[in-house]
Design a protein around this ligand. Structure first.
Ligand code: HEC
Length: 199
């Protein structure tokens, strides 16, 4: 009987130990802008101190002139750029923040139609997840966490389901991506980020 009690206690402790280890691994934050209990994503507070990965400009024909009316500025952590350059893939926890800015075009000493950013319109945020976390969440899947934010609330996402809100528009990226890119990385429009090709 004594033997059985000891065996049972051992089993109990071993199971507790395993559960504890599993929980710890699961709860360990992999990105500071992800709530590990719910999987909700926010705009990282200090994203604007990160390096710019690339910029997209959108023009609109007005009176025969192509005016820039919107800029998309993409930021990421410095270590993500370092990792990508070395390994040709985005690391777990990589965060890509796309800032949407209204823009104005004017004649300046540098040229006849020079655009500059004015006010914030919103944020698109992607978080690389190589582990398939948050399986039940409609904001996570295909190797990334996906969220959109209005400019006045950097905490609460207004997007509901990445398969509807994001994926259809990111499908062309799959064909534009380098052939040897990692499957999940093909969702990213890396053609606009020459900094990743720097030697
Ligand atoms: C209307 C089409 C469209 C929708 C909807 C869309 N995207 Fe994008 N996304 C793009 C395109 C095209 C680019 C690159 C060019 C640009 O920004 O104009 C891009 C770029 C990005 C980038 C910069 C990294 C990259 O892939 O190059 C992030 C981050 C991003 N999108 C996140 C999202 C998230 C999250 C959603 C859903 C909430 C979403 N996008 C929905 C078309 C879209």
């Amino acid at each position: 009987m004594k033997h059985l009690t000891i065996t049972l206690s051992f089993l109990f402790l071993a199971t507790m130990g395993l559960t504890g280890a599993a929980l710890a691994a699961e709860e360990k934050p992999f990105s500071s802008n992800v709530d590990m209990s719910t999987g909700s994503i926010s705009v990282p507070k200090d994203y604007y101190l990160w390096p710019t990965l690339g910029t997209w400009s959108h023009t609109k024909a007005e009176g025969g002139v192509a005016n820039i009316h919107e800029y998309h500025v993409v930021y990421t952590q410095p270590e993500t750029i370092e990792y990508y350059k070395k390994n040709r893939q985005f690391p777990d926890g990589a965060v890509l923040v796309k800032e949407l800015l209204n823009a104005e075009t004017m004649t300046m000493t540098t040229g006849p139609a020079v655009g500059h950013g004015t006010t914030l319109k919103g944020f698109f945020v992607l978080v690389r997840d190589t582990q398939g976390r948050f399986k039940g969440s409609p904001l996570w899947g295909d190797g990334w966490g996906w969220s959109f934010f209005n400019p006045d609330d950097l905490v609460k996402t207004v997007s509901k389901d990445y398969k509807i809100d994001c994926v259809p528009c990111h499908k062309p990226a799959l064909d534009l991506a380098p052939r040897n890119a990692k499957k999940d990385d093909k969702w990213i429009y890396t053609l606009g980020y020459p900094v990743l090709q720097k030697k």
